[in-house]
Write a new protein. Structure first.
Length: 379
């Protein structure tokens, strides 16, 4: 059904670019999706001309069948929503881009709304998720916005900041020469092959800008499948930008990039006229608690948070190192030895790396402060 809507949108708009704007997607993402549809059907559906995109004979045939199906489905959804509202059915529809924080968020939401039918919709495109919020298909969405490449918020969709600036880390093979360093320079990865998902809104543009700033032009490979990407990294074939709360798998390590050249904003989106708008504070608190839990579970991110004095780890009675300072007792950059003789990544290691932190515990569920901008944020 989604594919049929895409074909109708391109035909109605007259071009892929205009259709992408209407659908809240990037043009490369929509172009990739169109190619997948054409490959599945086995023929070209549109011809690209200077004046736009025109349906081929095959495209016209498909559109003649697609339009009534799309119209019937829209009517069915509308009627079903009306029936559900009349029946007083309790529903909670969550949307999100990929994140390890989602599982904990769902667990907390089920506890908050025990009688609700809670569902989750994952999409690689943040702009597509925002459009589903605007269309009423999901109630609230958790999205990532690459720094310098703002998302397109449809009219009536409100944004709530969760984390003002989340640094993006690098996943590399544990056999890589830089794997033993606590912080990695992009310049030291110039000869590596980089995995990038070109369908994720803003990811490629942000990465390309970081390369240009660093004067690099590395080899790129498009791998949208996370399982394959992880195998390529663990096998020593590539490196990849990743979220700091990403799980470190066998054969790979995750490290911060020096000066945090790549960052995203974490946002919660909800319709301003939604029944959940009044409860967005609780939804946000549950998501922040889940995010803080995932952050504490990541050794590399926990070290970064301690070093920058992030409020994610600030608790009553805790004394954190001043932002930007190396925690006393931490192993020097490039020395893979654990601080204080404890295994790297263990809670004892984190406390030894920052002895000023007393009783560093798992972040409390009530922590909702957005992370501060890193000291050397790029423009």
């Amino acid at each position: 059904m989604r594919h049929l809507r895409v074909l109708c949108a391109i035909a109605d708009a007259g071009s892929v670019r205009k259709a992408a704007l209407r659908l809240g997607m990037s043009q490369p993402s929509l172009t990739t999706q169109l190619r997948r549809i054409e490959n599945a059907i086995g023929g070209r559906l549109f011809t690209r001309e200077r004046t736009g995109s025109r349906p081929t004979a095959l495209g016209q045939s498909v559109l003649c069948r697609a339009r009534p199906i799309v119209a019937d489905m829209a009517a069915l959804v509308s009627e079903a929503r009306s029936a559900a509202a009349l029946a007083g059915e309790a529903r909670l529809r969550i949307g999100s881009t990929a994140s390890r924080a989602v599982a904990g968020w769902m667990r907390r939401l089920r506890a908050r709304y025990p009688g609700a039918d809670t569902t989750i919709h994952i999409d690689v495109s943040a702009n597509s998720l925002l459009q589903t919020v605007a269309d009423g298909q999901v109630d609230v969405a958790f999205v990532h916005e690459p720094e310098g490449f703002p998302l397109r918020f449809p009219a009536g969709v409100e944004q709530h900041v969760l984390v003002a600036r989340e640094p993006q880390f690098i996943a590399l093979p544990e056999s890589h020469p830089q794997a033993g360093h606590r912080v990695v320079d992009m310049a030291d990865l110039a000869d590596d092959q980089w995995i990038v998902d070109f369908t994720a809104d803003g990811e490629w543009a942000a990465t390309r800008r970081a390369f240009a700033t660093a004067g690099l032009n590395p080899r790129m490979v498009h791998v949208p499948d996370t399982t394959t990407a992880a195998e390529l990294i663990a096998g020593g074939e590539a490196v990849s930008v990743c979220q700091p709360i990403s799980q470190q798998r066998q054969g790979m390590v995750i490290r911060p990039l020096r000066d945090d050249p790549l960052a995203v904003r974490l946002l919660l989106a909800c319709r301003s006229d939604s029944r959940l708008e009044a409860e967005v504070g609780g939804l946000r608190a549950d998501l922040m608690a889940s995010y803080a839990e995932a952050a504490w579970a990541s050794a590399a991110y926990r070290w970064w948070l301690l070093r920058h004095g992030s409020p994610l780890l600030r608790q009553p009675g805790a004394l954190l190192p001043p932002p930007g300072e190396e925690p006393p007792g931490a192993a020097p950059d490039g020395d893979p030895a654990a601080a204080g003789g404890f295994p790297a990544g263990s809670p004892e290691h984190a406390r030894a790396a920052a002895p000023g932190v007393h009783r560093a515990r798992r972040p409390a569920a009530h922590v909702t402060a957005a992370a501060p901008r890193a000291p050397q944020a790029h423009g």
